[in-house]
Design a protein around this ligand. Structure first.
Ligand SMILES: [Zn+2]
Length: 85
């Protein structure tokens, strides 16, 4: 799979899926744990899923910046960028 083109030269390069889970009334135990996973369309890799409220929060906040650092599809671009700098 590859990126989905959008008007104006933009593209969709990945999909972040979040499962919100279900918590007992009053903020008690989780009946269904929340989860999240990220599918990169550029390198055709799915990262995760991670489960648990803390892990999901951290994952959602960081995956868009951490995945490109090791994405096989963009690693070459990052390498060329580093050389040009
Ligand atoms: Zn990737």
């Amino acid at each position: 799979m590859s990126a989905y083109p959008l008007p104006g030269g933009r593209q969709i390069s990945g999909a972040l899926r979040i499962m919100f889970g279900q918590q007992a009334r009053g903020g008690g135990r989780w009946i269904t744990q929340p989860g999240a996973e990220y599918e990169c369309f550029l390198c055709d890799t799915t990262v995760g899923p991670v489960t648990g409220a803390t892990a999901v929060t951290r994952f959602v906040q960081t995956i868009r910046t951490t995945h490109p650092t090791y994405c096989r599809a963009t690693a070459q671009q990052h390498f060329e960028g580093a050389q040009a700098a």
